[in-house]
Design a protein around this ligand. Sequence first.
Ligand code: ADP
Ligand code: MG
Length: 411
Amino acid sequence: MNSNDVIVSVFKKISVFKNIETLYPEYIPENLPRREIQLRQLAEIFKPMMISPGGVFVRTMIVGGVGVGKTAMAKVFGREIRKFASERGFDLRYVHINCHRDRTLYEVVSEIIRQIGAPIPIRGLSPREMMLALLNYIEKHDIYLLVTLDEFDYFISTEGNDAVYFLIRVYDEYSDTKKRINYIFISRNISSLSKLDPTTESYILRHMVKLDPYTSGELFDILSYRRDLAFYEGTIDDELLKFIADSKGVDKGGEGNARSALEALLLAGQAADHEGVQKVTIEHVRKALGIVHSEIVRISDDINFLQLHELLLLKAIIRSLKKKKTVFVKIGEVEDEYSYICQLFGVKPRRHTQVYEYVNTLKHMGIIEAKVSSKGFRGRTTLISIAVPLNELEMKVDEAINTKKELADTS
Ligand code: ADP
Ligand code: MG
């Protein structure tokens, strides 16, 4: 083939995908098959807010394991009730906050302000002052909010009872005002709530929507809905979807995690594209299922919310572990590697105490393990380890770093 043919064949290459982006994790589908009952529950819970806005303060918890559709469900619900409200002639805004990214009370409140576009100069304000300004603003403009605090367990464990109390009891001081801020709290399990004092806990647990892991039958319906959005007709058969569903369904010994099922679907399609064939085969699916490591799927969702330096440190940990080929590496070794990586990326390394903070964050999120060594010759040191396959993890980390770098470079 001449050069032109080579290049054009790449550009014109047929793909099994008609809309590959509908399989990306951030895509919010129009429908959520097999979650009708839970959506109905949510609607029942928020009905009073829709019928007489401002009359009641509504909050609920959504609980379930990884990949069961918690985030997707909250966002779909938010989108729909916003439409409904505007048909009814009132201004309801949906705000989605991921507590892995916005970790402090300060960040949460300023993010609410940012997402609704309120022109409040937050610099120098305390969370309480920002909250007051926010309440004033939404009162003045007659706005209602539904705020979702996703990965709320993380907020509870880092910010503690007082911060949670602050958020949910905002109306206690002003009993006669309209209740304009309502909440959905999302958590992987309710045991994290035991860190709260009983009044706060019962206040949050007023309502709960529980999402169980998906069965293979449910996963099949989800996969086939998402397949129809993403693939050209006839490029991947039902039989293959069933194969994925059976390998992930909770009733077949899987985790019931839709995210890993969808990732397998995406990878299988990409494998077919890679070979330049027009149909996905069982071999592509087998290969895809081999790559999708369930722990990495869990972690990769969290990785997207890390800050640049946390990612660089994570990369340093991965590289140190790969070099040393040991179960644990010492924090000192990791810091050397981290400085080196920072140099490669042309950024200034953060100080030692800050690096310790990052280690704690990564540990807290369950991405790394860290422990203090028993007292040895040169005193104690922190030892760090990672339980998932390092190559796959490093690929995810690199992707996230590149996205962060691009954002930083273009802004
Ligand atoms: P969680 O927040 O519980 O970890 P997500 O809401 O991120 O899970 O869901 C994981 C992936 O599976 C997302 O891509 C989501 O769009 C998809 N998904 C989950 N449940 C459904 C469903 N019932 N129908 C269609 N897609 C779903
Ligand atoms: Mg989620």
